[in-house]
Ligand binder design. Structure first.
Ligand code: IPE
Ligand code: IPE
Ligand code: MG
Length: 240
C-alpha cells in the first residue's frame, strides 16, 4: 500500500504486545513459550518499522501491575528482557536504532539495570528509529512522578510532556502517540501512555503477539492512513 511507504519525519507507534500466554495455551505449551516467541516478534517489528514510516516505536513489555503474576513467570520475563538488551545491542547499532527504556528502574535487578544502561549508551546516536521499551511501566505512576518533579502550578501541556519524559528517565519530552496498536483481542489501555495517547488512533487486532509480523504492522499503518484526524476541529477545517 503506497501510503504506508510515505516518509514521515516523526511518527510514533505504540504497541501493547498482548496474547503471549494465550498463544502458548492454545498450542498446549507453557505460557513461557509464548513469551519466548513474543521476543522474536519484537525483532520482526523493529526491523520492519523504519521502512513503514515509524520513527518512534514504544513497546509495552512489562507493566507495573505484571508484578502480580506468579514468581516463575516474572522471573522468565525478566530474563528475556535481560537477553534482549544484551543481544540486541549490536543489531541496534548496525541498524541505527536508539534504544531507551521507560518506566521505573529501582525494582529491577542490578544486572538488568546495567544491561539497560549499557544498551542505551551504546545506541544513543541511532537515528533510524527510537525504540522505547516500557518496563515496570505504569502511565498513572509516571504522571504522578511528573507532577512531583514540578514546583510550578501554571504548567503548559508542553511543559508537562517534558516532565513526563524526565519522570521516565529520558532527556526527551514524552512524544504524543499517533497510532496505538493492541494485539490479543482485548480492547483496553491497561495503564499505557494515557497522556501521550490523548489523540492517538486506536487499532485493535485479534492477532496474538507471537504471530504479529510485518504485514500486521502494515495493515495497522494502512488503517491509520484511512482515518481522518480532527483534533477537535470540524472536518472541513481540518482538511484545509
Ligand atoms: C503479554 O502477553 C506479555 C505481558 C503482559 C508480559 P500476556 O502474558 O498478557 O498474554 P495473555 O494476555 O495472558 O494471553
Ligand atoms: C498489558 O497486558 C501489559 C503488557 C502487554 C506488557 P496485560 O495482559 O498485563 O493487561 P490486562 O491485565 O489484560 O489488562
Ligand atoms: Mg495479557
Amino acid at each position: 500500500m503506497q501510503s504506508t511507504l510515505q516518509d514521515y519525519s516523526f511518527f510514533h507507534t505504540a504497541i501493547i504486545m498482548d496474547g503471549n500466554g494465550r498463544w502458548a495455551t492454545q498450542r498446549g505449551l507453557p505460557r513461557g513459550e509464548g513469551h519466548r516467541e513474543g521476543a522474536k516478534a519484537v525483532r520482526r517489528v523493529v526491523e520492519a518499522a523504519p521502512g513503514l514510516g515509524v520513527s518512534v516505536l514504544t513497546l509495552y513489555a512489562f507493566s507495573s501491575d505484571n508484578w502480580r503474576r506468579p514468581e516463575g513467570e516474572v522471573k522468565q520475563l525478566m530474563s528475556l528482557l535481560y537477553e534482549f538488551f544484551q543481544n540486541e545491542k549490536e543489531n541496534c547499532i548496525a541498524n541505527g536504532v536508539r534504544l531507551s527504556v521507560i518506566g521505573r528502574r529501582d525494582r529491577l535487578s542490578l544486572v538488568l539495570r546495567s544491561a539497560i544502561s549499557a544498551a542505551e549508551n551504546a545506541t544513543r546516536w541511532g537515528g533510524a528509529l527510537h525504540l522505547r521499551i516500557a518496563v515496570d511501566y505504569s502511565s498513572r505512576d509516571s504522571i504522578l512522578r511528573a507532577i512531583s518533579l514540578s514546583e510550578r502550578r501554571d504548567l503548559t501541556r508542553e511543559d508537562f510532556s517534558g516532565l513526563l519524559g524526565k519522570a521516565n528517565n529520558l532527556d526527551d519530552r514524552a512524544p504524543d502517540v499517533d497510532l496505538l496498536i493492541r494485539t490479543g483481542g482485548e480492547q483496553r489501555l491497561s495503564d499505557y501512555l494515557l497522556w501521550e495517547s490523548a489523540y492517538a488512533e486506536l487499532f485493535f487486532t485479534q492477532r496474538m503477539w507471537p504471530d504479529f509480523d510485518k504485514s500486521d504492522l502494515e495493515e495497522a499503518m494502512s488503517a491509520f492512513h484511512h482515518r481522518e484526524r480532527r483534533f477537535g476541529a470540524a472536518p472541513a477545517q481540518a482538511a484545509r
